[in-house]
Design a protein around this ligand. Structure first.
Ligand code: PLP
Length: 388
């Protein structure tokens, strides 16, 4: 039998990191000690009280059955309370909070609820690849807007043609931003609200990195600006906030009808989130004030070590206010892929070529600060030995 994949899968762009992965394997086989700054997966452990709560909750037979689709009311209430504490945004836990199996799951499903074939979805370029893939899976047409350095990596919404905006159903934005580490302030969010109102567009703000911010900076919630909750929802995750990437727990908050559309898709494809994990998530949100200072201090130190070292070498990089990513301009004469390959072959350093996040990422590489300070210092030492 010939196994043929659906066109839906075939249209997904090729895995752009395949070349780097192959090289990584080759270098490892040669015995090279790799410093992997490629993946945004925290190396730090989940805080103890969260783990203890999971242990207890896992023993409770009530948690062994199917969970409710929308999430336990205790978890949704903890989300609402945390939102009010952290962002001064009031949410009704019954209708304005939905649990997710990680925020990726919600982002992957939302276009299925709102996008018809022919509809446009506005997507940042460079951007988190799931925005594009979920749009394509739903049969929508991605329309990419560029995030450029000269505009502080914020989109210029007035550049979106009227004809496209009129046929647009969803707009994805993501601040603090992956991969550029840019942040957004109130005037930008207000502009987004006005744009969404004008063209009747559902706004999906991905705030997965809202609690990874430095020097006392506190990123805003999109729902905290006037009208935000009338046009959109916000995706959140416990992954980065509490070092819980492997646990798969996140949530969406905001406009109740948008959430109910997403919920309707979810009831048909998953059966909710393991209740013991929801109990642990409840503990996390009730017990801690975020950002967690112990985690932030570590990332701050790593950021300072790495930014300082990169600048000494002559590379152009901004000191990020948020996220654990560095968005580094590649030296003249190199493409993103060429520079990433050079770092890998000559220094054993794994960085992600910027064009993997969309062609507007060309000219950059991304480094994740998810290895310890000693290794980062070693990375700088090795970088100093390369000529470029
Ligand atoms: C911008 C952005 N959004 C969402 C996610 C998904 O996170 P999770 O599914 O772990 O909540 C990630 C993960 O790296 C991300 O970078």
């Amino acid at each position: 039998m010939q196994i043929e994949q659906a066109k839906r899968i075939e249209q997904i762009p090729p895995y752009l990191f395949a070349e780097i992965d192959k090289k990584k394997q080759e270098m490892r086989q040669k015995g090279m000690d790799l410093i992997d700054l490629g993946i945004g997966d925290p190396d730090l452990p989940t805080p103890k009280p969260i783990i203890e709560r999971l242990k207890k909750a896992a023993e409770d037979p009530r948690n062994h059955r199917y969970p409710s689709y929308e999430g336990m009311i205790e978890f949704r209430t903890a989300v609402a309370k945390w939102y009010e504490r952290r962002f001064r945004v009031k949410l009704d836990p019954k209708t304005e909070v939905l649990s997710l199996i990680g925020s990726k799951e919600g982002i992957a499903h939302i276009p299925l609820a709102f996008v018809n074939p022919e509809d446009y979805v506005l997507i940042p370029n460079p951007g988190y690849p799931v925005f594009r893939v979920s749009t394509l899976f739903a049969g929508g047409t991605p329309y990419f807007f560029s995030l450029r350095k000269e505009n502080a990596f914020l989109p210029n919404l007035s550049e979106i043609p009227k004809g496209v905006a009129e046929k647009t159903k969803l707009l994805f934005i993501n601040y603090p931003n992956n991969p550029t580490s840019a942040v957004a302030e109130r005037p930008f969010f207000e502009e987004v609200v006005a744009f969404a109102r004008q063209y009747q567009i559902v706004v999906c703000h991905d705030a997965a990195y809202s609690e990874i911010a430095f020097d006392g900076y506190q990123p805003l919630s999109f729902l905290g600006v006037n009208g935000g909750k009338e046009v959109g929802i916000e995706f959140h995750s416990l992954s980065k906030t509490f070092n819980m990437t492997g646990w798969r727990i996140g949530f969406a908050v905001g406009h109740s009808e948008i959430l109910s559309g997403l919920g309707r898709v979810k009831t048909n494809v998953d059966s909710g989130l393991f209740q013991a994990i929801q109990e642990a998530g409840t503990e996390a949100l009730n017990h801690f004030n975020t950002p967690l200072p112990e985690i932030i201090k570590i990332y701050e130190r790593r950021r300072d070590v790495m930014v300082g070292g990169l600048k000494e070498i002559g590379l152009e990089v901004e000191k990020p206010k948020a996220t654990f990513y560095l968005w580094i301009q590649v030296p003249k004469g190199y493409s993103s892929a060429q520079f990433a390959t050079l770092l890998l072959e000559q220094a054993g350093i794994v960085a992600t070529p910027g064009n993997g996040f969309g062609e507007a990422g060309e000219g950059y590489i991304r480094m994740a600060l998810t290895v310890d300070e000693t290794r980062l210092k070693e990375a700088i030492k090795r970088l100093k030995r390369i000529r470029f």
